[in-house]
Design a binder for this molecule. Structure first.
Ligand code: AMP
Ligand code: MG
Length: 487
């Protein structure tokens, strides 16, 4: 275990030079205070959980103090936002403080979000508010606990600094961890500005640091792109299987590592709704829940375009062709497991599709349906669940197919079925209304609810004593929350 001043830095991205990022110092927040920290994320840096309670911790992650070896940089990138190209984005309010490596030799980017203005702030103030910082913190740690690849969050530091959004709020910073903060938009930036040399430098950097195994392949860049396609297919399959809606799948928010990245107006589905739009500025539903699948491919095509200097168009097209079949395979595999099936049959896809069609417009809670399905034998479970469906006859027909399918799958005791299904069907997810409750308390100065909710979400599959209130459907007020897109 290390003390805070014992972190070891190796700032490889900063060393790429000024064409890639600009040196900027964080702008401190007033009266910094710890809102919440993640023990699991602290462990990634070999830090003892106790360090989060020291005053210097809040100072380090609110811009008051900096390690000597840190080299805070604002990165430049661009990207396609809602389908249109924005030629220059970049870290407008976040800074890459440096790269830290742990005892296991893993490198982690320390990225401080809400750290003040940078050359890429455009019209923004460089700040993040407490509300959005808490949401990013809870979401990254919750996704990770669900087994969905995501950037991580070390802590949220609150402050008394006023920040103006629709109303006056308080500034906060969230410390994000990821093996890299390079986005699709980094490649697009160097491609569209025709900075060929730097683009090659970037490609080498990503290949060497993050896809070293692709070096062994005859065409290393192509192998790397294929790997990125595969990781995205898998990540999005997990989003769809668990009902996660990202909300702002612009290419500047897509990680080169295939991890969930940049949290804004995201939401987990409460009631199942394939057409759910969590981002209220997304008037056309470009990033609706079901559109995440084709948009994943669209984003990969945008990356492919930026890689044309290195890879032939035919090879890129072929690699892009892997996306949908891989997505389908991962998704079906996850959904089979969510249904408690251990074998694969041709008709399983239809079984899943029929179930979702019945759920649509029925007001069925997506998370609790699967959890309850595993509570008892298939026969007893479906008998109890049918009341939730508007089309009960339709559900009965589905239930007959399902029971027959379960019977063909094998012989299990109720207990075996429960253990297996509960291990993949969470009881607790980050529902918008739960986040909202925790945020309201935090805005009033009470951080206990954020901490408790975070704790519960670190073990989403385990029933936790006294935590029933976190496993409930939203109350009426919490069903259609408008989550502000300003963050
Ligand atoms: P986002 O929608 O959060 O992914 O951000 C899109 C772009 O706007 C990125 O370049 C951000 O750095 C920038 N941005 C968002 N909010 C702010 C802000 N308050 N101040 C400065 N830049 C911002
Ligand atoms: Mg972003």
């Amino acid at each position: 275990m290390k003390a805070l001043d014992e972190l070891t830095f190796d700032n490889r991205f900063a060393r790429l030079g000024d064409a890639f990022s600009t040196h900027v110092l964080p702008e401190p927040l007033d009266e910094p205070r710890l809102v919440v920290a993640s023990d699991a994320a602290l462990a990634l840096l070999d830090l003892d959980p106790a360090v989060a309670q020291t005053p210097v911790f809040a100072e380090l992650f609110s811009g008051h103090k900096l390690w000597e070896e840190a080299e805070p940089r604002a990165m430049v990138y661009s990207g396609h936002q809602f389908g249109g190209y924005s030629p220059q984005l970049g870290d407008g309010r976040g800074l890459l403080l440096g790269e830290v490596y742990n005892a296991a030799g893993e490198h982690w980017d320390l990225h401080l979000k809400g750290a003040g203005m940078t050359p890429y702030s455009r019209m923004g103030d460089g700040r993040a508010v407490l509300r959005s910082s808490i949401r990013e913190f809870l979401a990254s740690e919750a996704l990770h606990a669900l087994g969905i690849p995501s950037s991580r969050a070390l802590c949220v530091i609150g402050s008394s600094t006023p920040v103006w959004r629709e109303k006056q709020e308080r500034g906060a910073m969230v410390l994000r961890l990821a093996p890299s903060h390079i986005r699709f938009g980094h490649f697009e930036y160097f491609y569209y500005t025709k900075k060929t040399e730097q683009q090659a430098q970037l490609a080498e950097h990503v290949l060497n640091l993050h896809y070293p195994e692709c070096r062994e392949q005859p065409e290393p860049y192509l192998a790397m792109f294929r790997e990125i396609v595969e990781r995205n297919a898998e990540m999005i399959a997990k989003w769809q299987a668990y009902g996660f809606c990202h909300g702002v799948m612009n290419t500047d928010n897509m990680s080169i590592l295939g991890i969930t990245f940049d949290f804004g107006p995201f939401a987990f589905l409460d009631d199942f709704d394939a057409h759910f739009i969590c981002n209220h500025s997304d008037h056309e539903g470009r990033y609706s829940f079901s559109n995440q699948v084709p948009i994943g491919q669209w984003n990969l095509s945008a990356l492919a375009q930026a890689l044309t200097p290195f890879i032939s168009v035919d090879a890129l097209k072929e690699a892009l062709g892997l996306y949908l079949p891989l997505y389908q395979a991962h998704y079906l595999d996850l959904m089979r497991r969510r249904l408690g099936l251990t074998t694969a049959e041709e008709e399983d896809q239809k079984l899943v599709e029929r179930l979702l069609a019945l759920m649509q417009n029925s007001g069925v809670d997506y998370t609790l349906f699967f959890r309850r399905l595993g509570d008892e034998s298939a026969t007893l479970a479906v008998a109890r669940l049918r009341d939730d469906f508007v089309d009960m006859a339709g559900f009965d027909a589905w239930a007959d197919l399902y029971k027959a399918r379960v019977a063909r799958d094998g012989e299990y005791s109720e207990e075996q079925r429960r253990v297996r299904m509960h291990a993949v069907n969470p009881l607790y997810i980050l529902r918008n209304y739960l986040a909202q409750n925790a945020i309201a308390a935090a805005e009033a100065g009470d951080y206990s609810e954020v901490r408790r909710l975070h704790e519960v979400l670190t073990k989403p599959f385990e029933e936790q004593a006294g935590m029933e209130q976190y496993a409930q459907r939203p109350p009426d007020w919490g069903k259609h929350l408008e989550i502000s897109c300003s963050s």
